[in-house]
Design a protein around this ligand. Sequence first.
Ligand SMILES: [Mg+2]
Length: 109
Amino acid sequence: MSKDSYEQMLDAVREFHAKHDFANTGGHDLRFRVALMAEELGEISAAVTKGKGKECLSEECADLLILLLGTSIAADFDLNDAFWAKMTRILERKGKIVDGILRVSDFES
Ligand SMILES: [Mg+2]
């Protein structure tokens, strides 16, 4: 199995959801999913701020990615399309130094 295919990653997450019947057991509840994503973001933060190392950071980022892919399944949207639509807009943005750190954002809104 190629590790580079978005579709294969999405299929693996679909298989995980089907295995546990998330669609009928609460696993697709968006409030629950947001809570899980916040939990993983906290674990990413701890990996950095507690100096847990790259292996821990990569695992926690993978957890969040899996949840994001799963959320696209639960909420029935195409995350691949959303990624490229947003990335295209982000690449056109300008950067600005804010408190000594470069911030690339839509500063109009
Ligand atoms: Mg985790």
